[in-house]
Structures are given as structure tokens and as C-alpha cells.
Write a protein that binds this ligand. Structure first.
Ligand code: FAD
Length: 504
């Protein structure tokens, strides 16, 4: 990295490239750096990735966007969490909700922790998570999570959107902030004598030169993996999905503001509401089912057996690079790695990578001083997300196919996850365990409690004893009416989406 860095080339114009362009243009607006995004006219974007986590809202607000600016143009809807369906066969736990936590939950979450903790110790209390969160009330009643001005709590939510449209929108926004755009297919990168990228060569024999390069070329990872040879550590031993088949279906008038993830025979299906359609995608392992059978299973699941809608089929690889920033190149997006999309964390990783890179570059006065620290930090985040996703599979109780049997046992889970699971089943406080492992910044304790409690990793009804001896028991009816009362403040999802479009 050069202390007097004057130019950056971002190679790749998928969502990762355009988020990077906007963040760099925003944070370094006073540094007189020339930013150019180069995109191949011949290589398409991946074109999936329709669900976000709440940090996307923070990014969009940071770069100066209101919901009315972008949501209508990207066919976006609100997202308050994810329902997981048919992952567990434990009675009473065939379905649970993983919410985005918001401020009103501060009054009800202590009851969830209390019940969940004592249920693990064999006391007959209801530890099923969904009922303790406002997001679940909103999802059930199909209400948008946008609070009226007099609602005294902060809300927290993400979005669903058409990823290609979001990319186009962010491209326009970046252009207004001075980011240049060039179409060219890069065929090679030429290194200088120290192994840094000197310049790029294109298929029309042109050269493109910059002080620093961002590799956002998707799974190709043209610069970081292919040219600089940074190794890729796969995690396919524990996460063996490598394929997806995708279909749109008709939209609903007032869709529930959540993603639904339903386990099928060889993986799981997402159902994501957009204003113009539902996005549906079956994520599966080609080692257990061939692509045509997977398509048939999805068609059957969606009731589309007679439909002539064409399916899109995709392949992907799971894992991450060993270094995200090497020499004068930063990989962002699929080029740095991918953990399957079960919790829709990929764009969050993009934002986090760019934000931490900017922080490290600023702190080191545009030198490589904090590069190793940065790389470790991002890798740790990847690994923490990987473990949370691996846990979904590890604790499944389906026995209908080899796929699910293997998912529960094959491969070696990390020590971190093993210790976390051991803490849970031995009745220890897992908030303490997450803090001990310094993992609470990734998926917080509530998320782990939802995952483990939601899939019913508890003593069964036959194994528990009554809770009569307890000094304190929470009144679940009161909690329910409190959350229902809060929900009265919110508009139907569709109505809020109309308001947003009218403001625009
Ligand atoms: P791409 O979209 O592949 O873009 C690559 C870009 O690089 C293109 O512009 C291409 O033209 C350019 N390029 C490539 N090679 C060259 C070259 N040689 N010269 C010039 N240009 C080049 N994420 C979420 O956050 N939520 C989700 O719900 C979600 N679901 C997903 C489901 C599936 C099945 C998959 C596979 C991914 C999902 N993701 C999700 C991840 C998400 O799709 C990506 O993180 C996101 O789209 C960013 O992709 P990208 O920009 O890294 O790569």
C-alpha cells in the first residue's frame, strides 16, 4: 500500500463491487483518490442474494439514502427475521423464528433466557423462542417494522430486494459521488518485482493501472486467488451444499416481512417476498441429488409441476481465502469467500470487510502496518458465521435421507463450536461462553439461544420436572399481550411499501 495512494481500481460490478465503491467514496471523499470500477461486459453478475441483515440499513443511511430513494426501484420489502421450518423433528419444534432483535424486546428477552436456561436444567418451562420477540408478532400479522414517530423504541430490521436492481441503483449513486465506470474484461494482471499488482491487461490489449486494487470478481477471484495465489480454505467437509436452483413465483398482496427457510430432502429452500415476485431457491448438495431431481423436488414443493417457468441453476463453493488483503489487493464479496446463504450474511461480510479495511488503512496511515490484524479479524468473522451455520446442520434431527444423517455427523466441527455445544448441553450459561470465546460480536447470545432452543435441544417433556419450586416465573400471557400491544403501532406491510413509493 502506498502512503500517497492516489488511485483505486475496483474490478467487478456485482453488489460487492458497488457497495465497496460507495463506502470508499464516502469515507475517503476528502482524500483526493481516483476511484474507478471496471466491469466485464461479457461476464455477468451472480444475480442472487435477495435478503439482508440489519447492517444493510446502516450502510444505506450512511451513504445518504432514504428508503423512499431506493426501495421502490429495487422491488424491496422489509425483513424482520427468518422462519426455519422442518429442520427439527423434535415434537413442538418443527418451526421457529430467528428475529432481528429490537429495543422493545429488552422487556421480553429476559423471560426467554430464564425459561431457556431452566428448561435446559430440566424444569418444565416453555423455552420455544418465537413468542418472546416483537419481530415475530410483526411477521405473523404481516406488519412493516417502521415505527410511527411517537413509538418510544428503536426498531431494527433488514430488507429483501432484487439484487441486480440494487447493484444498478448503487452504481448510479456511486457515479454521483465521482466514482468512474469502465467496461473491460481483464485477462491478466502484471506484477512488479515485489509481487505487487502493477497493472491490469484487458482483452482489447489496453492496460489499467492503479495504486491499489479491489478484487470483486465473484467466485473467479481473478486477482487475489488467481494472480496473487492466496490459498482458499474450503469448509465443504462440514457444509456440503454446492448448488442452487432458483425460481420466481407470483407475489402476494400483503406478504409477511420475513424469509422462510424450509428444509427439504437434500438441503433447504428460501422463500423471499419482493414486491413483484417471490424469490425461491433450493440450496442443495450435488453429491446427494442430481440437478434435475433437485429441480423436480423444488417444483413439487412450490406446486409448479405444470409450469413452464425456466429454472436458473447455480454452483458455488464454500470457504474463505487465507488472506483477504494481500500486497496491494483487497478481495471483497464472493472473491474472498462464501458461507452458504442460510442466514443471508454475505453482504454484511462485504460491508464489514470494507469498513475494517478503511479503518486499518487510516490507522496505519496508508501502510500495511495493520494488514495482518485486519486479515485475522475478517477471517474470525467468517469462521464465526461458518460455525453458526454448521450448527444448524449439526443439530438437525431429520433421518429421511443420507444427506441429513451426514449433515448431523460428517466432518470435524471447530473446537469453538464443540465447546459452545458442550456448554449448552451441560446447562452452562452460554452468554458467558460466547464472551469467553470473544464471539458475542458476531451472532449474539440471543441468536444462539434461538437456534439451539428453536430446534428443541432441551430435555423432552417426559424428562422435565414441574417448576413449582421456582421463586420467579414469567407470565407468558402478559408477555404476549405486551408484544401484541406494541404491534398495534405498525402498519400492514403492503401499506408501508405504498407509503414509501408515494414519498418517492
Ligand atoms: P458477482 O455478482 O459474481 O459479480 C462479479 C463481477 O465481477 C461482475 O460484474 C463481473 O462482470 C466482474 N468480473 C468477473 N471477472 C471479471 C474480469 N476478468 N474482468 C472484468 N470484470 C470481471 N447474499 C446475501 O447477502 N443474502 C442472500 O440472501 C444471498 N443469497 C445467496 C444465494 C446463493 C445461491 C448464492 C450463490 C449467493 C447468495 N448470496 C447472498 C451472496 C451474494 O449473491 C453475493 O455476495 C453478492 O451478490 C455479491 O457478489 P459479488 O459482487 O461478489 O460477485
Amino acid at each position: 500500500m502506498k502512503e500517497n495512494m492516489k488511485s483505486i481500481v475496483i474490478l467487478g460490478g456485482g453488489t460487492a463491487g458497488w457497495i465497496t465503491a460507495n463506502l470508499i467514496a464516502f469515507h475517503w471523499k476528502d482524500r483526493d483518490i481516483d476511484i474507478t470500477l471496471v466491469e466485464s461486459p461479457d461476464i455477468g453478475i451472480i444475480g442472487v442474494g435477495e435478503g439482508s441483515t440489519p447492517p444493510l440499513k446502516i450502510f444505506l443511511e450512511l451513504i445518504g439514502l432514504d428508503e423512499s430513494d431506493w426501495m421502490g426501484r429495487c422491488e424491496a420489502t422489509y425483513k424482520v427475521g427468518i422462519t426455519f421450518r422442518d429442520w427439527s423433528t423434535r415434537p413442538g419444534f418443527s418451526e421457529y423464528f430467528h428475529p432481528f432483535l429490537c429495543q422493545p424486546d429488552e422487556f421480553s428477552v429476559p423471560a426467554f433466557f430464564h425459561n431457556s436456561f431452566l428448561r435446559r436444567k430440566g424444569v418444565d418451562l416453555d423455552g420455544h423462542p418465537s413468542q418472546f420477540f416483537l419481530a415475530w408478532e410483526l411477521a405473523k400479522a404481516r406488519l412493516a417494522p417502521v415505527a410511527p414517530p411517537n413509538f418510544p423504541f428503536e426498531m431494527n430490521y433488514g430488507y429483501h430486494f432484487d439484487s441486480a436492481m440494487l447493484g444498478e441503483f448503487l452504481q448510479d449513486w456511486a457515479a454521483k459521488r465521482g466514482v468512474k465506470y469502465r467496461q473491460a474484461t481483464v485477462t491478466d494482471a502484471v506484477l512488479d518485482e515485489q509481487g505487487y499488482i502493477d497493472y491490469l491487461k484487458t482483452d482489447s490489449e489496453e492496460t489499467i493501472k492503479a495504486d491499489f486494487y479491489v478484487d470483486s470478481t465473484g467466485f473467479r477471484s481473478q486477482l487475489l486467488q488467481q494472480k496473487l495465489g492466496v490459498p482458499f480454505d474450503s469448509c465443504e467437509d462440514v457444509l456440503f451444499n454446492d448448488s442452487a436452483v432458483v425460481f420466481p413465483t407470483e407475489p402476494e398482496e400483503n406478504p409477511t416481512p420475513q424469509t422462510i427457510s424450509t428444509a427439504l430432502k437434500y438441503g433447504w429452500v428460501w422463500k423471499i417476498p419482493l414486491t413483484s415476485r417471490f424469490g425461491n431457491g433450493y440450496v442443495y448438495s450435488s453429491k446427494y441429488v442430481d440437478d434435475d431431481d433437485a429441480e423436480m423436488e423444488l417444483r413439487e414443493h412450490l406446486g409448479l409441476m405444470d409450469s413452464d417457468i425456466e429454472a436458473r441453476k447455480l454452483k458455488f463453493k464454500v470457504g474463505r481465502v487465507r488472506e483477504h488483503w494481500a500486497k496491494n489487493c483487497l478481495a471483497v464479496g464472493l472473491s474472498q469467500g462464501f458461507i452458504e446463504p442460510l442466514e443471508a450474511t454475505a453482504l454484511d461480510m462485504v460491508q464489514e470487510t470494507v469498513a475494517r479495511f478503511i479503518e486499518a488503512a487510516n490507522k496505519g496511515n496508508f501502510t500495511d502496518q495493520y494488514r495482518d490484524e485486519f486479515n485475522q479479524r475478517i477471517s474470525k468473522r467468517f469462521d464465526a458465521v461458518r460455525d453458526y451455520i454448521v450448527c444448524h446442520y449439526r443439530i438437525n434431527t431429520r433421518t429421511d435421507t443420507e444427506y441429513w444423517l451426514d449433515a448431523g455427523s460428517r466432518g470435524k466441527v471447530s473446537n469453538s463450536l464443540r465447546e459452545l455445544l458442550a456448554a449448552w448441553v451441560s446447562g452452562k450459561n452460554i452468554t458467558d461462553e460466547l464472551e469467553r470465546q470473544n464471539l458475542d460480536a458476531y451472532f449474539p447470545s440471543v441468536s444462539w439461544n434461538c437456534l439451539l432452543g428453536g430446534k428443541g435441544i432441551y430435555p423432552t417433556d417426559e424428562q422435565v420436572r414441574p417448576g413449582n419450586e421456582l421463586a420467579h416465573q414469567y407470565d407468558l400471557e402478559k408477555i404476549s399481550s405486551y408484544l401484541k400491544g406494541c404491534a398495534l403501532n405498525f402498519k400492514p406491510h403492503q401499506e408501508q411499501l405504498r407509503v414509501i413509493r408515494k414519498v418517492a
